[in-house]
Design a protein around this ligand. Structure first.
Ligand SMILES: NC(=O)c1ccc[n+]([C@@H]2O[C@H](COP(=O)([O-])OP(=O)(O)OC[C@H]3O[C@@H](n4cnc5c(N)ncnc54)[C@H](OP(=O)(O)O)[C@@H]3O)[C@@H](O)[C@H]2O)c1
Length: 509
């Protein structure tokens, strides 16, 4: 099996034309084309396929092919072979056009009359700003470039987050898309769902009989999810980020999707609809855990200025390029939720995400309750200095990135005369077990779209259910003014208050 192959993945059978709107952009060059190249190099693309790059810039096929060849060499996770790259880019064409102009679609349609070069199954990848999603889909439909579901040849449309800015705009976007496409033709990408550990959450829970019986309010003390980044607003991120912020950019999609996977009920089967039905059910049961005020359940922050580990200055959020100096957009958000169903009622759920944090990490920590009778004491050692403490609860950690893996912390008797317990880790890491570089999320997700498997994509009702969880925060932003937090640390003390009444604290590791 070639290095890094998606295990068990089969070759796409349907010949296809893949049109990438926004083909001169960052996502195309860094992720989409390298992912398609790897699929090609591993023999997973169909025998007949053409990739059409669509953007306004003046390129011709040859220039565009050369640019993509360079991007593949720069960004492919696997070593590239020049001959294979050359054969791959022969499948690429460039189409110059403005997305909001009907003429661009007429000329695209004229190209497509050569069905030998442009197979009639079509995947349209909208790697463009969200305000262009609806115009693109409308004009594709009006130009006759969208097949009816169930027709001889299929049409699928992939869109990138953000799917709206709040519940109202998300519903409006869904309405517009569903006017021209049917739900089964829309693939809303959340690239977190393409990661191995994320998919493994379901296998871990439902393929092993030992964990699922204790995954409930009787045994679990709380669940915390962290998605921390060390970067700030480099590389022109500022403009987009200041419009959206941590709540809209991270919580409403990635963090709630992770939470769905750890808390949903087992689906009846592994079909896309069964899994997504269960996710919608648990999303509909999620609420902010507000006692008296919304600020008991939510806190927002912006990083201040500071210095990094090498002593280089770090610019404060409000002084960053393309950030409004009076902005109240959060670069950090933390919240406490509850899930109002029989399995999870009363179990605190804590989420946090932020920029300029101490470490790049995304993890889900499931903390169990301590045993009802405390027979033992625990030893906790920091190098040579050891302390006797209360018994520590077991924790199960899904490490999503980096170093994807699963960690179970249990107490064992420390060798010696006394009955004291020390924490040990049962540690499973993907790299240690399979010694292969894992497929990038986009590799998996692009192949799924070509196979017509929508399991790892977000359905319209799921998107709306996610916004319903976050909307009360968006409605009360004036009561949740951001605190300033020091860069390079784990946020701010105000986020610790969310743990009131909980046996535990944020895992800052
Ligand atoms: N980059 C990432 O890592 C990332 C991650 C997650 C999600 N996303 C999402 O993916 C989408 C694309 O992101 P990106 O970073 O690639 O953006 P980008 O670098 O700004 O690229 C935008 C692309 O859209 C094209 N474009 C803009 N207006 C157009 C028009 N009227 N007609 C035709 N083409 C037009 C631009 O090409 P011309 O100027 O040549 O027309 C360019 O190719 C965005 O929705 C973003 O939120 C990106």
């Amino acid at each position: 099996m070639p290095e890094g192959e998606i295990i068990g993945e089969s070759r796409v059978q349907d010949s296809v034309t893949i049109v990438i709107f926004g083909a001169s952009g960052d996502l195309t060059h860094r992720k989409l084309i390298p992912a398609l190249y790897i699929a090609y190099a591993q023999g997973l693309l169909p025998a007949r396929f053409t990739i059409v790059g669509f953007a306004r810039r003046e390129y011709d096929d040859a220039v565009f092919q050369q640019m993509l060849a360079k991007s593949i060499q720069q960004f492919s996770r696997l070593e590239t072979d020049p001959e294979t790259v050359a054969r791959f880019v022969e499948h690429v064409r460039y189409h110059k056009g403005d997305i909001s102009t009907p003429g661009a679609y007429e000329s695209l349609k004229a190209r497509f009359s050569d069905t030998e070069t442009y197979p009639e199954n079509r995947l349209y990848y909208l790697s463009i700003i969200p305000s262009l999603f609806a115009p693109a889909v409308k004009l594709l439909k009006e130009a006759g470039l969208v097949a009816k579901p169930g027709a001889e040849h299929w049409t699928r449309v992939v869109i990138e987050k953000p799917f709206g800015k709040d519940l109202k705009s998300a519903m409006a976007l869904n309405t517009k898309l569903l006017k021209y496409l049917s739900e089964c033709q829309i693939y809303r990408i959340d690239h977190y769902l393409g990661k191995e550990t994320v998919q493994n959450i379901l296998s871990f829970r439902f393929a092993n009989a030992i964990f699922e019986p204790v995954f409930n309010r009787s045994y679990i003390d709380h669940i915390q999810i962290t998605a921390a980044e060390t970067v700030g607003m480099e590389m022109g991120r500022g403009g987009y980020y200041d419009e959206y912020g941590a709540l809209r950019d991270m919580v409403t999609n990635h963090l709630l999707q992770l939470l769905c996977l750890v808390t949903m009920e087992a689906p009846g089967d592994l079909s896309a609809e069964s899994i997504r039905n269960e996710k919608v059910k648990v999303l509909n049961a999620m609420r902010l855990d507000i006692r008296k005020n919304i600020s008991d359940a939510v806190c927002r922050g912006q990083y201040g200025k500071g210095t990094d580990a090498e002593g280089k200055p770090i610019t404060a959020y409000l002084d960053e390029d393309r950030i409004d100096p009076k902005s109240t957009t959060e670069s950090f958000a933390a919240m406490r939720l509850s899930i109002n169903n029989w399995r999870w009622a009363g179990v605190p759920i804590l989420l946090r995400t932020g920029k300029r944090m101490a470490k790049k990490t995304t993890e889900i920590v499931v903390q169990f309750k301590v045993p009802p009778l405390q027979l033992f004491q625990q030893v906790e050692c920091d190098d040579d200095v050891c302390d006797i403490t209360r018994i520590k609860p077991n924790t199960l950690i899904f490490q999503i990135q980096p170093n994807e893996g699963i960690l179970l912390q249990v107490g064992t008797k420390r060798p010696g005369m006394r009955f004291v317990v020390e924490d040990v880790k049962m540690d499973f890491s993907y790299s240690g077990t399979w010694k292969k570089s894992l497929p990038e999320a986009y590799e998996r997700l692009l192949l799924d779209t070509l196979h017509g498997d929508s399991t790892l994509f977000t359905r319209s009702d799921e998107v709306e259910a996610e916004w319903r969880v976050v909307q009360p925060i968006l409605d009360n932003l004036d009561r949740l003014q951001p605190y300033t937090y020091p860069p390079g640390e784990w946020g701010m003390p105000e986020a610790d208050w969310l743990f009131h009444g909980v046996e535990g604290k944020w895992r800052n590791k």
